[in-house]
Design a protein around this ligand. Structure first.
Ligand code: 9MR
Length: 350
């Protein structure tokens, strides 16, 4: 093991570190790695559970904390699926990242039909109060709002359309963060969104809108601790490394962290041969994570699934040649791919 300056400083500040304590310090210095997992895979696949236990510091219930899972109707909550994953994470001493307290998509029908501002506020606040209170001290960070920035934002239409936005307007973001902060002041509160990575004007505007939202919350003294970069990277698109770095750096200047929340690579337009594709995916992962870390060290690097066995990309981005997608760090037999090595190397960057 190499001794870092920090370990020497710790050694002289107290007594010399034991080898075990020094190893712990070194382990803590790694950027935490995590993965999302959905309940059906979690239940049916013991090998997946083993890999989650072995590799992850952070676990995210992929769908089980969403309204579609928690809220079968307006009156009740069903926590069973979320609790099963969360109990596993706790037993294995993993951090739990919560996804998500507010999203305009994949809502149950009853929520879509809300048709007054009063009702929207009541339902939203009650939901966040109930869920954040139940998991206070257990879920250490929350995607408080997911995908509230318009797909193609403009100065006069920065927000994505949703039942919440139609009824509450821009204050939906204030309300969500305020409520989460009131109920669980210890949780890290994250503004989570996608498409921050490409060198085009739409992406640049999305980053500006995220910064604008962060400053807006800060002006109102509403806590916002991190911006979540979903990072569903497109294998065929160039990466705006400078733009990503500048964005993360600017957030750092505002005292706001970043977290890579849903990393995977959409490979529908990438070369077919597996070895070639895996190599390119590894390189893209390296370039992306280096750009983030250059701007600031992320709070965690979380992938949207662990193995190619299960990913939303199989359904949404089908390849023309009929080959299976390979978007994640482990292959279908749970062997690490170059993407895993890229993440491991990035976690060690200073
Ligand atoms: O991977 C998720 C998939 O299993 C769900 O059916 C879908 C709808 O709930 O959501 C997928 O995850 C999305 C995440 O919640 C938000 N960012 C985009 C993700 C991929 O669509």
């Amino acid at each position: 093991m190499t001794l870092t300056r920090r370990m020497f400083a710790l050694g002289t500040a107290s007594t010399l570190l034991t080898a075990e304590a020094a190893a712990q310090v070194a382990a803590r210095a790694l950027i935490p790695f995590g993965s999302a997992v959905m309940i059906s895979d979690f239940r049916s696949d013991a090998a997946l559970r083993d890999q989650l236990a072995r590799l992850c510091d952070v676990i995210v219930p992929m769908n089980e904390l969403k309204w579609q899972s928690l809220r079968p109707n307006a009156e009740s909550f069903s926590f069973k699926d979320a609790d099963e994953i969360i109990q596993f994470a706790r037993r294995n001493r993993k951090a739990i990242h919560g996804h998500t307290l507010l999203w305009g998509d994949f809502l149950p029908d009853w929520a879509r039909q809300i048709n007054s501002a009063r009702e929207a506020e009541r339902v939203l606040v009650t939901h966040i109060e109930t869920v954040a209170a139940k998991y206070a001290g257990v879920v250490s960070s929350w995607d408080v709002v997911n995908e509230v920035i318009a797909h193609e934002p403009t100065a006069d239409k920065p927000f994505r359309d949703s039942v919440w936005f139609r009824q509450l307007g821009p204050r939906l973001v204030d309300l969500a963060f305020q409520t989460a902060a009131r109920v669980d002041p210890s949780a890290r509160l994250v503004l989570n969104d996608y498409d921050f990575e490409n060198p085009d004007e739409r992406t640049a505007e999305r980053r500006r809108q995220a910064l604008r939202l962060v400053r807006h919350l800060q002006d109102r003294k509403i806590p916002v601790h991190e911006v979540g970069l979903q990072a569903h990277l497109y294998g065929e698109k160039p990466l705006d490394a400078r733009g990503i770095t500048a964005f993360c750096r600017e957030l750092g200047r505002l005292g706001v962290g970043v977290r890579v929340t849903e990393l995977d690579v959409i490979d529908w337009k990438m070369p077919g041969p597996a070895a070639q594709r895996d190599k390119l995916i590894g390189e893209l992962t390296t370039a992306f994570l280096a750009a983030v870390i250059e701007g600031q060290r992320p709070q965690a690097i979380i992938t949207w699934g662990l193995s190619d066995r299960s990913s939303w990309i199989h359904d949404v981005f089908k390849r023309q040649d009929g080959l299976r997608a390979r978007p994640l760090p482990l292959d279908e037999a749970y062997r690490p791919k170059p993407m895993m090595a890229a993440i491991e190397a990035a976690r060690r960057l200073p």
